[in-house]
Design a protein around this ligand. Structure first.
Ligand code: IMP
Length: 434
């Protein structure tokens, strides 16, 4: 039985999609366990760039079954568009290959309208959500008024949808926002539910069976550790459990499945964040532009889901150590190392300082970052273009020194490094413990 969890070690956008794609060739089942179409996972195969928001990145390989787990919130209109896109690209999407949990919650048009109205009402202290209705859908779930996939297929689905829309309309009116027409919402949800009915399954049972039969289950995290509802930079977080532990409730696995699990933390070699909230190592001006890119390339730092320019900064080793601990990471994958070519020197945050005191670890978790200043270790950069390299020993010495510094700081081996957006632009560490 093998469980491998791929989780974001930062504020999301670490490049998890293409890393899942790399491991998925061997997997039997690839499952998303949290979030919804707020995620944007990109995989480049030859000339084709796949931008996935809901379907696990493993679907691009012919072997694994793809699962949308019960911990997710699903916008079925987005799912339909994504399935159409995949089918047009020649990827087979049948009920045998794509399984949707009967217990996954549905994001309705009323949730999306509420997301916009609530953000507008927050004014200057808005969270900067992706506008996909994520928070309202998880609110309905916690309030026990949500609609699950199975509810849309029940005989009284219409009644439930009407009650849901009426409840959301009361809040929308209170926020001076436009209420929705329950009949139109019910018609849309009904059509989508009929299309996906053959895909609905007890995915918790199927996930358990995969492990019981000795298969490899790859769990694909969305967003990142610092956006976790409990362990992130609250309130500037998403509404789901993004950390590795979310796999157990979000897929319905017993915690004993964690024995010998591989927990892969994916981390960019610098720091990025979309939306509001603290960011101690943030930079601006020319340096920010160099790290972010102009936006001309799909891999530049602009949101896959929203197109917003991402905030950028130096790699924060304090937050990375925190992510290693909270997730129980067993290894790291470092992405976008090629972007650091040409920097004369590089900074790595190794501690924080406040009122003359130095903190190698977060004193109160990441919610209390106000007033903490980063302490940097400065290292020489390199000029070489890393994008054609596939051999660890061919990496410039300065690049290996930078990776070693990250390893030392976190106590974790670096298993893989990405040096470009293409599927094969990955360098394996030959010293990785096997
Ligand atoms: P929500 O998930 O749309 O409610 O957004 C809450 C916060 O999480 C906002 O700051 C978003 O920018 C951020 N966020 C949500 N999904 C992602 C993602 O996939 N990558 C990066 N940031 C995200």
């Amino acid at each position: 039985m093998t469980l491998q969890i791929i989780t974001g070690a930062q504020w999301g956008d670490e490049g998890k999609g293409r890393i899942v794609d790399w491991f998925a060739a061997q997997a039997d089942l690839v499952a998303r366990f949290n979030g919804g179409d707020n995620a944007g996972h990109s995989v480049t195969v030859g000339e084709t760039l796949f931008k996935l928001h809901l379907v696990p990145s493993g679907i691009i390989h012919p072997k694994p079954v793809a699962v949308l787990g019960n911990g997710m919130v699903l916008n079925l209109r987005s799912l339909a568009a994504e399935v159409d896109m995949l089918q047009a690209a020649g990827i087979e999407i049948t009920p045998a290959r794509l399984r949707i949990s009967h217990a996954a919650h549905i994001i309705t048009p009323a949730h999306t309208a509420l997301d916009a109205a609530l953000e507008a009402a927050r004014g200057g202290s808005s969270i900067g959500t992706t506008g996909r209705g994520i928070g309202p859908a998880y609110t309905s779930k916690a309030e026990r008024s949500g609609l699950r996939m199975a509810d849309l297929l029940a005989v009284n689905a219409g009644e439930r949808i009407f009650a849901h829309v009426e409840a959301c309309n009361r809040t929308l009116r209170a926020l001076n926002a436009q209420p929705l027409n329950p009949t139109a919402v019910a018609e849309e949800l009904h059509a989508c539910a009929q299309r996906f009915a053959p895909f609905v399954a007890d995915t918790a049972y199927e996930s358990h069976q995969t492990l019981a039969q000795g298969g490899l289950l790859l769990a694909e995290g969305a967003q990142g550790t610092l956006l976790d509802i409990d362990h992130g930079t609250y309130p500037y977080v998403t509404s789901s459990a993004t950390v590795a532990a979310g796999v157990f409730t979000g897929l319905g696995l017993g915690v004993t499945a964690a024995q010998n699990a591989v927990v892969t933390g994916v981390c960019k070699c610098f720091q990025t964040r979309v939306g509001s909230g603290p960011f101690p190592t943030e930079v601006d001006g020319d340096l920010a532009l160099r790290l972010r890119g102009s936006g001309a390339n799909p891999w530049d730092e602009y949101g896959t889901t929203t197109g917003r320019p991402r905030r950028v900064g130096w790699l924060d080793g304090v937050l990375l150590r925190y992510a290693a601990r909270i997730n129980g990471l067993t290894e790291l994958v470092i992405t976008k190392l090629d972007i650091l070519s040409g920097f004369e020197s590089l900074k790595l945050c190794v501690a924080y300082t406040k009122d003359g005191k130095t903190y190698p670890d977060l004193p109160f978790g990441p919610t209390e970052l106000e007033g903490y200043e980063p302490v940097y270790e400065e290292m020489p950069g390199w000029d070489e273009d890393l994008s054609p390299l596939r051999d660890w020993d061919a990496l410039p010495e300065a690049a290996r020194r930078y990776l070693n510094a990250i390893s030392r700081l976190t106590g974790l081996p670096v298993r893989l490094v990405s040096v470009g957006p293409e599927r094969e632009q990955l360098v394996e560490n030959p010293a990785y413990p096997r």
